[in-house]
Ligand binder design. Structure first.
Ligand code: MN
Length: 269
């Protein structure tokens, strides 16, 4: 199984290398990641010079794992890897992370960690996003817990016990593995895990917005936020079909009326 490891925190993030080390225990692994912090960029693609992203091989921190940094976004990095870096090699899976911070609820739509996996998903290969749920600033990340969880997820995909089709969005509580209380499938919560708080800036003149985990409110059972708040590993199978299929049928008649108004005699109805 050929494994591509990427992230949105940049090539120097310790989470990237913890993940690469875990993946290298499974199969041939290549690291291709942005050369700088790209958290929150979502699915951004660098349009400038599209198809000509600057990238370079860098010193790897895991023996036998080639590593490249890309001057661009997480999505750019995966495109570089897929199209240019190894044209002869077909990756079987994209694994993104380990992100220091949850990617739960609405935040998945902004997440560079999750978005990086889209390029694998679009190419019909397995895609896994891995995040470590940190609750306060300065909390020491337990990378190994998320790394070993990711290793198990990928091994189960390889064995055919977990599907290749969906993106698997994995959120891991920042606890020693002995304190993890379960592993559950979840749905994405419809609220944000993080919230913006307004903090006076140091110069006392203005304000700055800082991201903080949302209050420990009650979250509906079965959601990703509920699971991680209960000290369980959350695995959300994601599809990214943006169509509301029910409404395609339901809106057919109102749209026919609109068509008639717009086109008059030329309307198909
Ligand atoms: Mn990040």
């Amino acid at each position: 199984m050929e494994i591509l490891v990427t992230n949105d925190d940049g090539i120097d993030s310790p989470g990237l290398w913890a993940l690469a080390e875990a993946m290298s225990r499974i199969g041939p692994t290549t690291v291709v990641a942005p050369d700088s912090e790209q958290s929150g960029v979502g699915t951004s693609v660098s349009v400038r010079g599209y198809g000509d992203f600057p990238y370079e091989e860098v010193v790897s921190r895991v023996p036998g794992v080639p590593a490249y940094s890309v001057s661009g976004t997480p999505t750019d990095s995966v495109i570089v890897a897929m199209r240019y870096l190894s044209p002869d090699k077909r990756f079987d899976i994209v694994v993104s992370g380990i992100n220091p911070g949850a990617n739960c609820g609405r935040d998945v739509h902004y997440s560079g960690t999750v978005s990086a996996t889209l390029q694998g998903h679009f190419r019909n290969i397995a895609a896994v996003a891995v995040s470590l749920v940190l609750r306060y600033r300065g909390e020491k990340p337990k990378w190994e817990t998320a790394a070993v969880a990711a290793e198990h997820v990928v091994r189960h995909i390889e064995a055919g016990h977990l599907p290749v089709g969906p993106i698997l969005n994995v959120n891991v509580p920042n606890l020693p593995i002995e304190e993890i209380r379960g592993v559950v499938t979840t749905r994405t919560a419809t609220v944000s895990y993080n919230r913006m708080v307004k903090v006076p800036s140091k110069d006392g003149v203005g304000f700055t917005l800082q991201l903080r985990p949302a209050d420990e409110a009650q979250h509906p059972e079965g959601t990703d936020i509920w699971a991680v708040n209960a000290d369980m590993v959350s695995i959300t199978p994601m599809t990214l079909d943006p169509t509301d299929h029910g409404l395609v049928v339901e809106l057919a008649e109102p749209v026919r009326q609109l068509e008639s108004d717009l086109l008059g005699d030329r309307s198909t109805g």
